[in-house]
Ligand binder design. Structure first.
Ligand code: NAD
Length: 489
């Protein structure tokens, strides 16, 4: 049995913790590895290594720093298939989905390679006679990231490439539910020849997180996970004076107007709601039909849900894999039952499925609930499973009002063939990522991942220019030199 290791100061280390968590393949229930729940003191060792490495790393020219990222990109591409299989085996998503997430991880490395331009400051000569003013960007020091289980490759890459390209040193704490992919990524990082301590890996859960939040040498924390933990992390780390960005949970609505292309809308909404078994922070989980769209969309989405092929994500014909753990499956089925006890009806009920050959897997088939209360229960609760709630509104204004009354603000989408409706929606909808005839409005690496409301705590998001601003602090220099400088020497 493999016991995962930490990577600290350029070395693979066994954790001294006695707490080991088993990692099961969610499709087969096969035990694949054990991950240590590292001690606070092990986080401290990683931070000390990163702080020591920072002294020279920040002096390394950006053009040299990005050479390591170019190498990392090449290694990630070489190991693409193997990494995708690992993601599928630990997370359950299909191979196509795993490859999609890896592609986005690589894209973030590519964007960070532009750091010699992206990190440039501004200047103005002669703000007064003989006086010039500059704004330069400098790295912060040691930064850390705390990851969720659902995108074990991509999410650390929303931050890490930018952090180190800007001259910071780094610590990653993967999810204890899906730590295998980062272990493999660090096998590649180990081949880069980076100075010791520039990027470190510590496996663990709450104790490791608390040690990160409390550590005086960590200047910045990036968190992605549930809103409950996001608030906890934000409150603690910000209270300690750290720079913090916390991306939280979501409940994403899509509005379907009567003029939408039915085939495209159904296909895309089904992919959004049931792709990655609904374990995506940008999963559509509420569909709000407007006017005459109700009947046709309801029939079409029920067909799409019932016919989705569920199974082991490694098999090429499978369209949806299992959810991450047995506890997660029980939680999802419990939320469905609770909503039905309150009057909802199941148009498609995906509970207790039989998936031949994978009887021990954590499967929930696509589920569609009708007659749900728009103001409470499932309509306001993140399920993080393949469950779509249907709501009806008489007008687009009423539908947008439902979107905006939500506490969440990660994504909202509209399906229509009207430019005017699209513009109205883009303008009025209160969410940070907007899709027009798009089901998963995931920003490319060169745009920030813009959650709002209870889906985000902080100011600067992951990816793109926001990441550069997050991982640097500005310094303004005002400089006076006499006109006849030669007299000084
Ligand atoms: P989670 O909040 O349970 O865990 C995230 C991280 O927090 C893990 O590393 C975990 O070890 C740590 N953690 C968990 N409980 C903790 C506690 N009590 N104290 C300290 N640390 C703790 O989230 P998850 O189940 O891994 O991921 C799913 C959630 O992540 C969903 O809510 C999803 O919407 C969200 N998510 C959000 C985004 C986004 O961009 N907004 C992206 C992906 C996932």
């Amino acid at each position: 049995m493999i016991t995962l290791r930490n990577y600290v100061n350029g070395q693979w280390l066994r954790s001294r913790s006695n707490s080991l968590l088993p990692i099961y393949n969610p499709a087969t229930a096969e035990k694949m590895a054990e991950t240590p729940l590292s001690l606070g003191e092990e986080v401290d060792e990683a931070v000390q290594a990163a702080a020591t490495a920072f002294v020279e790393w920040r002096r390394t020219p950006p053009t040299e720093r990005v050479q390591y990222l170019f190498k990392l990109k090449a290694l990630l591409e070489e190991q693409f298939e193997e990494l995708a299989r690992t993601i599928t085996m630990e997370c359950g998503k299909t191979l196509v989905e795993s490859k999609g997430e890896l592609q986005r991880a690589i894209e973030n490395v590519e964007v960070a390679c532009g750091i010699p331009i992206l990190m440039q400051g501004t200047n103005l000569e002669d703000i007064a006679r003989g006086i010039d003013e500059f704004m330069i960007r400098q790295p912060l020091g040691v930064a850390a990231m705390i990851a969720p289980f659902n995108f074990p490759a991509m999410i650390p890459f929303w931050f890490m490439p930018y952090a180190i390209a800007c001259g910071n040193t780094y610590l990653i704490k993967p999810s204890e539910k899906a730590p295998l992919t980062m272990q493999k990524v660090f096998e590649l990082i180990d081949q880069l020849g980076l100075p010791k301590g520039v990027i470190n890996l510590v496996n663990g859960s709450k104790e490791a997180v608390n040690a990160i939040l409390d550590h005086p040498k960590i200047q910045a924390v990036s968190f992605v996970g549930s809103t409950e933990v996001a608030k906890y992390v934000y409150g603690w780390a910000a209270g300690k004076g750290k720079r913090v960005q916390c991306q939280g949970g979501a409940k994403n609505p899509v509005i379907v107007l009567p003029d939408a292309d039915l085939e495209m809308t159904t296909r895309i909404t089904a992919d959004s709601a049931f792709g990655c078994a609904g374990q995506r922070c940008l999963a559509a989980s509420l569909a709000i039909t407007v006017g005459e769209a109700e009947k046709s969309f309801t029939e079409a989405i029920a067909d799409a849900a019932s016919s989705r092929v569920v199974g082991n994500g490694l098999e090429p014909t499978v369209e949806m894999g299992p959810v991450i753990t047995a506890q997660s499956r029980e939680r999802i089925e419990g939320l469905i039952q609770k909503e039905m006890n309150q009057g909802a009806t199941a148009l498609v009920d995906g509970r207790n499925p039989k998936v031949e050959g994978y009887e021990l897997g954590n499967f929930v088939r696509p589920t569609i609930l009708q007659n749900i209360d728009p103001a409470g229960g499932l309509a306001q609760t993140e399920v993080f499973g393949p469950v779509l709630g249907l709501i009806h509104a008489d007008t687009i204004d009423a539908a947008i009002d439902l979107v905006n009354r939500s506490q969440w603000g990660n994504m909202a989408c509209l399906f229509t063939s009207s430019g005017a409706a699209a513009r109205k929606f883009r303008y009025e909808a209160e969410a940070g990522n907007i899709g027009i005839n798009i089901g998963v409005a995931a920003p490319m690496a060169f745009f920030p991942f813009s959650g709002w409301k209870q889906s985000f705590f902080g100011d600067l998001h992951g990816q793109g220019r926001h990441a550069i601003e997050f991982f640097t602090q500005t310094k303004v220099v005002v400089e006076r030199w006499p006109r006849d400088w030669s007299r000084q020497f």
